[in-house]
Design a protein around this ligand. Structure first.
Ligand code: ZN
Length: 206
């Protein structure tokens, strides 16, 4: 699997472009960006395509409708984020960002679900805290952590449906993953579980 990172939009959100022989997947297309739409066009012929979202916030979903119009593919998100994806007051596009965004999810996922998209296979980890329905996607020893875990930090927990205690519980859970797991976060550089165990001050507290 090839992984490309595009930092898109005013919030510097990481969008991940994944491709394999029979699939192409975009994780968190946060803002319209020619590099993301070029990837969509280049992979138009792949038989299996999808948009995966880690949570519903505006800075992670800004190009979803654009990509969906190119790919006509399913939009997949944690089941507790489906309402927020549709509701601009919950995804904050009513207040922040360039435009009001409302998206209908095609599929909601929950803890333990195995997503199979062609030869692509990911396990869904429900990791509430930044939002109630935040999920991470685990592909072998690669984790897409959204705003649950950043390199040496965590996502904010002061927004609606956020919870600091729940976030810390989710972090503890992520620590149980293989130490060699590479973590691709929603913002900032990539990291590993091992590095976070020793450098993340939120994790050091317990
Ligand atoms: Zn967020």
């Amino acid at each position: 699997m090839e992984i490309k990172t595009v930092v898109a939009g005013d919030c510097g959100t990481n969008c991940y472009l994944l491709s394999g022989e029979d699939f192409a997947i975009i994780i968190d297309p946060g803002a319209r960006d020619v590099r993301i739409s070029d990837f969509a066009h280049q992979n138009l012929q792949k038989p299996n395509k999808a948009i995966l979202l880690t949570h519903c916030h505006f800075d992670h979903i800004g190009a979803v409708n654009t990509i969906k119009s190119i790919w006509n593919c399913p939009v997949i998100i944690g089941e507790q984020e489906i309402e927020g994806l549709k509701n601009p007051n919950i995804n904050f596009s009513a207040y922040w960002g360039d435009e009001v965004i409302s998206i209908i999810a095609d599929k909601g996922v929950a803890e333990g679900d195995i997503l199979k998209i062609g030869s692509f296979e990911a396990r869904v980890l429900h990791t509430p805290g930044h939002t109630a329905g935040s999920v991470c996607y685990l592909i072998e020893n690669i984790l897409f952590s959204g705003d649950t875990l950043f390199n040496m930090s965590i996502g904010r927990t002061d927004l609606p449906t956020g919870s600091y205690d729940t976030e810390i519980a989710s972090l503890k859970r992520l620590l149980s993953l293989d130490e060699n797991t590479t973590v691709y976060s929603g913002h900032g550089p990539e990291t590993t579980i091992l590095y976070e165990k020793t450098h993340n001050t939120y994790i050091k507290e317990f």
